[in-house]
Design a protein. Structure first.
Length: 138
């Protein structure tokens, strides 16, 4: 099982099931694509890194750092800040759902950054999500 991929799937599932998120970004615009600028508005499932947490000799705990990119065609940063806030609320609403053999020990939005695209048309938000996943007996 690829823990990193399961985290990505669980994050997307949480976002597309959160009414407050999909009220701002259509489900069809929560994507895993390499496209910039992306549809407006959109949430792009971005880069990730998986690290052994080092808490067990079984190597059963993995911390995944997953980056989400939020794009919106707007002159200000208000829209992306609102979307990122709803992403944070959705992810902090409870543990993520994983398939058998994997459990979510913790989920945390550890940072959010907001910037203007150099072209001036788009606002861009970057959300870093940390997930601690534990491999468990199925």
């Amino acid at each position: 099982m690829n823990v990193d991929l399961e985290v990505q799937k669980a994050i997307r599932a949480r976002l597309v099931s959160a009414a407050a998120v999909v009220a701002l970004v259509p489900v069809s615009s929560v994507l895993d694509v390499n496209q910039r600028p992306a549809p407006s508005p959109s949430i792009i499932l971005g880069d990730s890194q998986a690290l052994d947490e080092g808490t067990s000799l079984r190597r059963a705990h993995t911390r995944v750092y997953h980056t989400l990119h939020v794009w919106k065609k707007e002159a200000s940063l208000e829209g992306v800040k609102t979307i990122c806030g709803e992403i944070r609320s959705a992810l902090h609403s409870g543990r993520l759902a994983f398939p058998a053999g994997l459990a979510c020990a913790d989920v945390l939005v550890s940072s959010m950054r907001f910037m203007r695209d150099p072209g001036g048309e788009y606002a861009h938000g970057v959300v870093v999500v940390e997930v601690l996943a534990a491999e468990v007996a199925a």
